[in-house]
Design a protein around this ligand. Structure first.
Ligand code: PLP
Ligand code: COI
Length: 354
């Protein structure tokens, strides 16, 4: 893939690394590539970060044909720049694209585009502990047409955002609201895909949870509203009687890359990891009988986020002693150690941007 590069002449001021928050500041450049039916993906380019000009009839505005990804770049203590398993984001992009009838992108082009844009803006990668450069690739349907049909033209864009912790509380355990009224996704729907519609569907419950003082929503399955699925922006894990348990991939939850990494790391430590159905009743029972030892979420933005409190209807379950549990802490240290280049990368997950 040939990528044309047009560098900016107006460099922006870099933010204070101590108060980054998540996804609020954007770098000097962006990657853009067009798709046209008959021609395929073309005109890969890096240009100064700028606003987009789109026709109000562009299909993405009307029927939500779009997808996005999320990954991070890290500056190691050796000064090198690393990505974490970007090939997995490329694969998931194509799984999402298939469901949304968006054209496939060659995996190697996806990874090359990510590396190219990160390389150009590598000075934007923050180095304060807990910070990184969040990478947001996304694709939108751009045909000017109000009929319901797949678009024939698309834009693939990658923007970058120096970011700190996703939750303001950092590694402090968060409170999670188990939603018993609304559902996020059903099997056969788009739950496994990373597309805006899933997040739009989640907002109403998130507002309800926030109003009650909880950080995020834990979704139950869309049919019986009984089985645990995932959290708004992360997958969920439980340590029950020494075993690590997480909902199996069933088509309605996102196949998280952090989830997959945590499963592999836990197995390498000798833990039994069960990917299976977990009912909310089993969870309540485990908590009441003292078997629920740790709860944590996993995600690119969230990394490993300990959960200190779970609310389901009238039950408020406190997990552990209000501090991060030992397995959650060890996972956080191991995964971020691999990402930052301070831990042995025995799985070969760290990819250098040269
Ligand atoms: N589930 C949802 C709904 C998410 O938005 C995310 C974030 O990407 C995840 C799970 C975790 O996925 P990953 O570990 O690939 O970031
Ligand atoms: C990520 O972790 O990359 C995500 O996409 C979560 C996002 C919805 C903030």
């Amino acid at each position: 893939m040939e990528i044309k590069i047009q560098k900016t002449t107006e460099f922006k001021q870099k933010p204070d690394q101590k108060h980054l928050g998540f996804g609020k500041v954007f770098t000097d450049h962006m990657f853009v590539m067009n798709y046209t039916e008959g021609t395929g993906w073309h005109d890969a380019r890096i240009v100064p970060y700028s606003k987009l000009e789109l026709d109000p009839a562009a299909m993405v505005f009307h029927y939500g044909q779009e997808m996005f990804e999320g990954l991070k770049a890290y500056k190691g203590s050796d000064g090198k720049v690393y990505l974490f398993r970007p090939d997995m984001n490329a694969k998931r992009t194509n799984a999402t694209n298939k469901r949304l009838v968006i054209p496939q992108i060659p995996e190697s082009d996806f990874v090359e585009a990510v590396k190219a844009i990160v390389d150009i803006d590598r000075d934007w990668i923050p180095t304060e502990p807990g910070t990184s450069l969040y990478i947001r690739p996304f694709i939108i349907a751009t045909d000017e047409f109000l009929g319901v049909a797949p678009s024939k033209t698309y834009l693939f864009i990658i923007i970058l955002s120096p970011s700190g912790a996703y939750y303001e509380s950092g590694l402090e355990p968060v409170g999670i609201w188990i939603e018993d009224e609304y559902v996020r996704a059903v099997r056969g729907g788009m739950g496994f895909a990373k597309t805006g519609g899933n997040y739009a569907a989640s907002l109403i419950a998130q507002v309800k949870a926030h109003d009650d003082g909880y950080s995020q929503v834990l979704w139950l399955d869309g049919v019986e509203r009984r089985y645990i699925e995932e959290v708004g922006a992360m997958n969920i894990f439980f340590k029950i009687s020494g075993k690590i348990v997480t909902p199996m991939l069933n088509g309605s939850i996102l196949p998280g890359i952090t989830r997959d990494s945590v499963i592999q790391v836990c197995r390498s430590w000798g833990y039994d990891v069960e990917e299976r159905r977990i009912s909310v009743d089993e969870l309540i029972e485990a908590q009441k009988s003292g078997k629920l030892e740790e709860v944590f979420g996993t995600g690119t933005a969230a990394v490993i986020s300990p959960v200190g409190k779970l609310r389901y209807k009238d039950d408020v379950m406190t997990i552990g002693d209000g501090n991060i549990g030992p397995v959650s802490q060890k996972l956080y240290d191991t995964i971020t150690g691999i990402q930052w280049g301070t831990a042995d990368d025995k799985f070969g997950w760290r990819i250098e941007v040269k």
